[in-house]
Write a protein that binds this ligand. Structure first.
Ligand code: HEC
Length: 145
């Protein structure tokens, strides 16, 4: 019994350690964003045929990721150090950063609500969504290397 309890508490420790890493969590979300945008870009560029289901899946991922961007949980004070490219400007201008997050949420929700029906639609949706990625990165992400 003691051993079992110990095993359970050790397990609980590893689980909480895994979720208490906001930098890794936000980077994982961003990586998924990058992958979803890549899928849409391949269709926009004609490298992949238009596929309504694939487009919907990519937009769903983007919208899910956007809605998961909880600034307080993923960008807590002090998480600007270590293996991160988050700019200190986030914490200097929380309101500005939150506004960018809110816009991203609104734009991905709108794109998902009226999914593109053809390649031109994908290009348009990508244009709107892409401005969120680039616009936020330019202000709130530091370039490394
Ligand atoms: C509201 C601001 C914001 C928006 C919108 C945003 N990002 Fe990011 N992104 C960041 C920040 C901040 C980081 C740095 C995270 C870190 O290293 O802690 C980042 C990092 C990344 C990374 C690198 C992740 C890693 O492994 O280090 C990728 C890829 C990325 N973003 C893709 C995207 C794409 C694609 C979009 C649009 C669909 C997007 N982001 C929208 C703020 C944003």
């Amino acid at each position: 019994m003691k051993k079992l309890l110990l095993a359970i508490s050790l397990f609980a420790l590893t689980v909480s350690a895994a979720t208490a890493d906001p930098v890794a969590d936000r980077q994982a979300l961003m990586k998924a964003n990058g992958k979803a945008v890549g899928q849409l870009a391949a269709i926009a560029k004609g490298e992949q045929p238009f596929d309504a289901a694939a487009v919907l899946a990519a937009l769903t991922t983007l919208n899910d990721d956007a809605q998961k961007l909880d600034v307080a949980a993923l960008f807590p004070a002090g998480s600007d150090t270590g293996d991160t490219t988050a700019s200190p400007k986030i914490w200097e201008d929380m309101a500005g950063f939150q506004a960018k997050v809110d816009k991203f949420k609104a734009d991905t929700a709108a794109a998902l609500a009226t999914p593109p029906a053809d390649v031109d639609g994908v290009k348009a949706a990508l244009g709107v969504i892409g401005q969120n990625c680039g616009g936020c990165h330019e202000l709130f992400r530091i370039k490394k290397g």
